[in-house]
Design a protein around this ligand. Structure first.
Ligand code: AMP
Ligand code: GLY
Length: 416
């Protein structure tokens, strides 16, 4: 079978890497791919990005399975388009993708079906929102409802900060259309966890919990990024947390998807906050996480194609995932300046040396002649495995320490 993967980050490199080990798969096309992806066996980058051109490509090349990496095209309705022509695609349709595309919609869904989450209100009117924050308890959290690449969330300590945030979102339109509707919710303390799952609409098959490190600075300081490192399994997520998660989040989510007629074959990523009151859902993402995927897939012993095809064929209840009894630590190397402005085009050296003991997934990287050049903010991911978290950590760091490019920036405290 021929597969099309849509995306070009470290996540898509990890997905392509895992699928390329599967003898059932012929050619893997990745759109647009990157400078690491096309080095895999039977794998090609293709320079396409829009729904229409991807659709034409999938039809012309008899693609048997399309796997969508990131959220934007899902929210645009790529799944509906492919399915209307009978093409097989793994991911939510446009309506289910709203669980990620609209935080207001997601919160209403959680409330309606009893998914445990922070108390909230939604607003489209600035004056109503201002009146609400004048009488609220602090801290509180103000979120642009639409897609904002993880940046549309502002934690406010007092009324002044809340009014500034409302102004930025609703008047200055800092997040564009995404801030036309906002969600204001109670601030939760605790620690966070990311749990990815496969679903076919009848079953939600969860993967081990992972711990993302969202800020650019060590000790969780500085601006939020797309993710600077991941540890899997999550060192603080216990069997009791897992039981609470299944009962308070997974079961009502599945019931809600069914009741709304929103069943689909794809991924649900649960962004969780855990404290003494239990496990709370902060957000749904309707796709694999980046960089969670880069830490999780090297731990998966069984083929990735099995749960994907089982989900599409609605027999996910027959599948058990086989996990290695190891720990994974993924460290992201970014360009200097990220998540603000950064340079591209720097030469990257010694990737092969880092690959000696660790898996290296490339993200913002392109080939030029025989060199690798930086081509994005998050440049690459180094994943160390070990029998303990400490061992995985030291493997990942001794490998990433070999890699060199001008301005290379990474946190030294991933998994500490
Ligand atoms: P989200 O995009 O909704 O996951 O929010 C991005 C980040 O903001 C989360 O990963 C948390 O670190 C933080 N956050 C979001 N909602 C809350 C909340 N209700 N309480 C505390 N922190 C939050
Ligand atoms: N690492 C968080 C995300 O993929 O949204």
């Amino acid at each position: 079978m021929h597969v099309l993967i849509i995306g070009g980050g470290g996540r898509e490199h990890a997905i392509a890497w895992k699928l390329s080990q599967d003898p059932r798969i012929g050619t893997i096309y990745v759109a647009p791919g990157n400078g690491g992806i096309d080095e895999l066996e039977r794998t090609e980058n293709i320079a396409l990005t829009g729904v229409d051109e991807l659709f034409e490509f999938a039809k012309d090349r008899d693609i048997d399975l399309t796997f969508v990496g990131s959220e934007a095209l899902l929210v645009e309705g790529i799944v509906d388009r492919f399915q209307s022509a009978g093409l097989t695609i793994f991911g939510p349709d446009q309506q289910a993708a709203q669980l990620e595309g609209s935080k207001a919609y997601a919160k209403s869904f959680m409330k309606k079906y009893g998914v445990k989450t922070a108390a909230y209100e939604r607003f489209i009117n600035l004056d109503a929102a201002k009146e609400y924050v004048a009488n609220a308890d602090y801290p509180l959290v103000i979120k642009a409802s639409g897609l904002a690449a993880g940046k549309g969330v502002i934690i406010c300590q007092n009324q002044d900060e809340a009014e500034t945030a409302l102004h930025e979102m609703m008047v200055d339109k800092r997040f564009g259309e995404a801030g036309e509707e906002i969600v204001i919710e109670a601030f939760l303390t605790g620690f966070e966890a990311s749990i990815l799952s496969f679903t076919d609409g009848k079953t939600i098959l969860t993967m081990p919990a992972a711990k993302d490190h969202k800020t650019i600075g060590e000790g969780n300081t500085g601006e939020n990024t797309g993710g600077m490192g991941v540890v899997c399994p999550h060192p603080a997520f216990s069997a009791e947390h897992e039981a609470a998660f299944q009962q308070d989040i997974v079961a009502p989510t599945l019931a809600g998807l069914q009741a709304e007629g929103m069943a689909f074959a794809g991924v649900i990523f649960f962004g969780l906050m855990i404290n003494d009151d239990g496990v709370f859902l902060l957000e749904y993402n309707m796709r694999m996480g980046d960089p969670e995927t880069q830490a999780i897939l090297p731990l998966l012993r069984s083929p990735l194609l099995d749960p994907v095809m089982a989900a599409i064929e609605q027999r996910l209840d027959e599948i058990t995932l086989d996990w290695r009894d190891k720990h994974a630590v993924c460290v992201v190397a970014a360009a200097e300046g990220y998540p603000g402005d950064y340079q591209t085009g720097e030469t990257i050296e010694y990737i092969e040396q880092a690959r000696f003991f660790s898996q290296v997934f490339l993200a913002g990287v392109k080939h030029h002649n025989d060199e690798y050049l930086t081509n994005g903010g998050r440049v690459l991911n180094v994943v160390g495995l070990g029998d303990s978290l400490e061992q995985a950590r030291s493997t990942a760091y001794s490998s990433i320490d070999k890699i060199a490019f001008k301005g290379i920036t990474y946190r030294r405290d991933i998994g500490e």
